[in-house]
Design a protein around this ligand. Structure first.
Ligand code: 6PG
Length: 505
């Protein structure tokens, strides 16, 4: 093969995401080698591509890893979109005998960042590069413009950058609005690409994981809004769809709100007199990234209670039979609503927006702590910009997050940015009334409630942990600091005091 006939890039793993990423790269002029462990899948894909212009010239299928690797220009760039975990390790093992110094393997799956750190080190010791890149946006994103979060060596990034920047979603440089030309059948080439170098080794996968943690809470908050409209206000799915559609024209403008409106308006294809959402069983699955985010928050000592609550809400939903049984035993209040419905809908909107701000504050606080632990230098303004288009959590308000971190890169917490402080001041009274009304009516809104607790806890100069620390000292001599001494001096009392002196430890 001459250099001109060789591919610019290779991709292993031709499930839908992999296929779509191949087509996206081909659309942007790249020659792509494609490989799949089950050859028939590769052949079927290449046959299908034969009828696609302009991709057909640029997609080349191979049925052995050896030929696949040999078909790619050096230093080779090989993207993996295989099952995270053992699937990734097995694919790397298969590739290794054929790779040469300087080649770059890019894992585009939802890998655990510690696996990525391990793999990057192992590959580096062999003279190879390994990048872990978050790829968000689902099947359509992969096809027409995903949000891409690459981590690894800067040298490897320089090689990957032109491809990643060309295939990523693009946003308008002035407004930050996603640019979507695909409806007209054209690849999007103008605008700011939704990708940037995130950091070394596992940084890209960590940031993608936090994206997913936020995705969980974002979805849960929307679901709680829906639930209040359904249970408390007795609204039909199409009426609720109209509310979300209206909200999507304002500060809540986002992909998840948009698809929620679509879902709620959808009739059941089996029975057109029903709404499909009412026929979907109320149990939610998960593949683990939200759980990883919460575990990481616990490990790093970051309060990300709303994000964890979204994971727990999915767990609770999965107990369908147990909940059904309990509903016949455990009684709550009768659901009644007598207030102004329009005003209450506006309150739900405010509660959703305020809770969402808290959820993002938790996500960014988590990344702030993680970068210290793993020695990364994350640019939060850029991360928010990368999430502005292409990904599942893309939303208008991410522009405000970019602005907040651009104005103050050392911002301790998003809640302290003047724009968000004002938004919370404006929304909090409605938010409180929504949480109180839900509690009084026995309607479960864990994400609204825990986000509000976070807000109230974070803004409290005084918390009841004085009593808690005294309890710890009482039963375990764990010591305490005093309000009237400098920080870092610890004391112990032999409780109950009964005249015994305090000791300075
Ligand atoms: C994305 C999504 C994607 C996937 C989630 C779903 O950014 O494109 O996050 O990665 O849809 O992993 O996660 P659950 O199956 O855990 O809901």
């Amino acid at each position: 093969m001459t250099d001109q006939q060789m591919s610019d890039v290779g991709l292993v793993g031709l499930a839908v995401m992999g296929q779509n990423l191949v087509l996206n790269m081909a659309d942007h002029g790249y020659h792509v080698s494609a490989y799949n462990r089950t050859t028939s899948k590769m052949t079927a894909f290449v046959d299908r591509v034969e009828s696609e212009e302009p991709s057909k010239e640029r997609v080349h299928g191979f049925d052995t890893l050896e030929e696949f690797v040999a078909s790619i220009k050096r230093p080779r760039k090989i993207i993996l979109l295989v099952q995270a975990g053992r699937g990734t390790d097995a694919t790397i093992d298969g590739l290794l005998p054929h790779l040469e110094e300087g080649d770059i393997v890019i894992d585009g799956g939802n890998a655990h960042w510690l696996d990525t750190i391990r793999r990057e080190k192992e590959m580096r010791e062999k003279g190879l590069h390994f990048m872990g890149s978050g790829v968000s946006g689902g099947e359509l994103g992969a096809r027409f413009g995903p949000s891409l979060m690459p981590g690894g060596s800067e040298q490897a990034w320089e090689s990957l950058k032109p491809i990643w920047e060309s295939i990523a979603a693009k946003v308008d440089p002035d407004t930050g609005k996603p640019l979507e030309d695909y409806a007209a059948g054209r690849p999007v080439t103008e605008g700011i690409p939704c990708t940037t170098y995130i950091g070394t080794d596992g940084a890209g996968h960590y940031v993608k994981m936090v994206h997913n943690g936020i995705e969980y809470i974002d979805m849960q908050l929307i679901c709680e809004s829906y639930f209040l409209m359904k249970e408390l206000l007795g609204m039909r799915p199409d009426e609720i769809a109209a509310v979300f559609e209206k909200w999507n024209a304002g500060v809540l403008d986002s992909y998840l709100i948009e698809i929620t409106a679509d879902i709620l308006a959808q009739k059941d294809p089996r029975d057109g007199s029903k709404f499909l959402v009412d026929q979907v069983l109320d149990t939610a699955g998960q593949k683990g990234t939200g759980k990883w985010t919460s575990i990481s928050a616990l490990d790093l000592g970051v309060t990300a209670n709303a994000m964890a609550e979204a994971v727990f809400a999915r767990y609770l939903s999965a107990l369908k039979e147990e909940r059904q049984a309990a509903s016949g035993i455990l009684r709550g209040p009768a659901v009644t609503f007598t207030g102004d419905r329009e005003a209450f809908l506006e309150s739900i909107r405010q509660a959703l927006y305020s809770s969402k701000i808290c959820a993002y504050a938790q996500g960014f606080a988590l990344m702030e702590e993680a970068q210290k632990e793993y020695d990364w230098k994350l640019d939060f303004g850029m991360i928010a910009q990368v999430w502005r288009g292409g990904c599942i959590i893309r939303a208008r308000f991410l522009q405000k997050i970019t602005e907040a971190f651009n104005q103050d890169p050392t911002l301790a917490n998003l809640l302290l940015d003047p724009y968000f402080t004002d938004a919370l001041h404006e929304g909090q009274s409605a938010w409180r009334s929504v949480v109180a009304t839900a509690a009084q009516n026995g309607i479960s809104v864990p994400a609204f409630m825990s986000a509000l607790s976070y807000f109230d806890g974070y803004r409290s100069a005084v918390l009841p942990a004085n009593l808690l620390q005294a309890q710890r000292d009482y039963f375990g001599a764990h010591t305490y600091e005093r309000v009237d001494e400098e920080r870092g001096r610890f004391f112990h009392t032999d409780w109950p005091v009964a005249g015994r002196p305090e000791s300075d430890v």
